[in-house]
Structures are given as structure tokens and as C-alpha cells.
Design a protein around this ligand. Sequence first.
Ligand code: F6P
Length: 349
Amino acid sequence: MRSKKMRVGILSAGGDCPGINAAIRGVGKTAIVEYGMDVVGIINGFSGLVEKQTISLSESQLSGILTLGGTILGTSRLKPFKVNEGEDPTVIPSLIKKHYEELKLEALVCIGGNGTQKTADLLAQEGLNIIGVPKTIDNDIWGTDLTFGFDTAVHIATEAIDRLHTTANSHKRVMVIEVMGHHAGWIALYSGIAGGGDVILLPEIPYDMELVAKCLLERSHKKKPYSIVVVGEGIYKEGKKKSAGAYMAKQIKRTTGLETRETILGYIQRGGSPTATDRILATRFGTYAAQMVHNREFGKMVALKNGLVTSVPLSEVGGKTRLIEPDNKLIAKGRSMGVCFGDCTKKKK
Ligand code: F6P
């Protein structure tokens, strides 16, 4: 039996997403109610540890945040182990270690995406008691089948595509919609299928512009009044043009002559209240993280595997990205219904 109260820190780092507050609540409430721990919120991700900016979190302060978007703790993209040329790479990590000790933390729960899990692993290697909780709308964290934030983003993107159908039909246009996802096409694939996209372009599948144009022209020759093209932000584009959606719309106009418009959905996908599915996943991840703190299972990230919450070593997660595999079943379903992924599917003889 431990007599002293355990003191656990929680931070959220990297790009925000719906469900972070549900996860903070899950960790914090379980730590307090089930295990009688003290909970400290670190402000603005790893910056809060560098600047020693914290707040003490009581059970009542963790109430009423389940449905809130964003993060009550704030976030930042600070990468403590990344330094500019000529800078001493040990300065920031040492400061973090020093403040972790001064704050008398016995564990630190890091809620974040790929970059955060990599930093979490490096801090664990420095001897800190770290637990990672995966979050991102991109759903691209290695080691977990799902991240919270993704379901909400897919819902928002799908609703946007639904709305494009009616205006596309009125004007007989090709509508290109660019969705987020960084180098992964999960949001594009799921919202594209859910929204009935005719062409879905993913960073994982190199597209041939001639095939995209052929597909759109065939639809127009078949008297299909309009087409919806869903584009992941990470698809190939020539030059340094900022938007994949604008680039693709331009290419479509050039190669087909069809009237085309683009919509860049952007940060709308990351804002607002999480869906019930994301609230539940974030709650499951958060409560499990508190249980891991209690069991002193450090150096690991909470993960979902085959529907069950479990954990994976942080050392296996850091620096990897979970991309869509070529044999993805949803892609196969889409292909079987005539969805164009911009590639040639004819088998070579
Ligand atoms: O990782 C989430 C995400 O929204 C990506 O989909 C997108 O590429 C990136 O973050 C945007 O980053 P920032 O918030 O730094 O503009």
C-alpha cells in the first residue's frame, strides 16, 4: 500500500482536436476519484513545463468539460528536442526535467499526436514517468487502430460534402473539396465514401491526372449532372502551391474544360464539440491512462486494438505514421462501386 498521494501531470500538445477535454476529464477524474491522486494541469503543452506554468485540477474543475471542443489546458507545437543549428540540445529537456522534479510529479500524461508521442518517448528515455494518449483528427498514429478527433472530423467533412451535392447539381459543376489529414488520407477516404464522392484522391495512392479527367468526362457524357472530388490535403501537387484543392480544381478545369469550383474545409474540421463516439473513445483512453499511472506502467501509449483498450511501448510509436494500406477494405468497396481513386486498376497481362 502506498501512503503518499501520487501526483500526476496532464498536458495536451500539438494541433488540437475534438475530444481532448473528454480525455483530460477521463484521466483527471479517475486519478482523483478512483485512486486519490493529486492532478496538475500543464499549460500549453511542453511549453508549460519549460515555463513551469501549471494549474491544480480538482474534481469539480474537471466537470462540465466533456462536450467542449479545444483543450482547457491550451496547447503548443513546441518540440523540446528540436533545436536550431548552434543551440545546445540539452537545455530545454534539462529544464523540463528540473521542473518535473520541482513540481513533484510522479507521472506525466501526454495527450497528443505523432510529434507529441515522439517527444513523450524521448522524455521517457530521460527517466521521466511518461504515458502517452493518442489524439488527432488525422488518425495516423502508429500503434492504435483509432484516435479520438477523427470521427468528429469525418462527420464535419461529410456534412460539408452533403451540402456540396445540392449546389453542384444546381450549377452542373465539378466540386473539389480538400480535407485535412496531413500525409494520411483517412479523413478523405472516410468522408469521401460517407459523402458519396465520385473521385477520392489520397496521399497514399499516386494519381494520374489523365485518369481523373477521363472519369469526370465519362460521368458528364453519361449525363451525370455533376461530380464531387474529395482530396486529402497531402496529395501530390506541383510546385509550392499551398492548397491541394485549388491545385486539383485548376488541373480539372485545364484537362476537362468542365466548370469546377473548390472548397478548402480547413480548421472547421478541428473545432467544436466531439461526437458521442469521440467522447467515448477519449473517456476510455483517459480512464485507462489513469489506471496505467496507478499501476506504474510507464513508457507506454494507450491504444485501441481490435476494439479493446490496451497499451504499446512509446519506443515503438515515435517517428512512425500510420498510413492507409493499399489493400484497405473501404478502398476496395469504393472501387467496386465505381469510385475513382485516380489510379489504374486494370491488371497487367
Ligand atoms: O494534425 C492535425 C492537423 O489539423 C493536420 O490535419 C494539418 O495538416 C495540421 O494539423 C495543421 O497544423 P497547424 O495547426 O499547425 O496549422
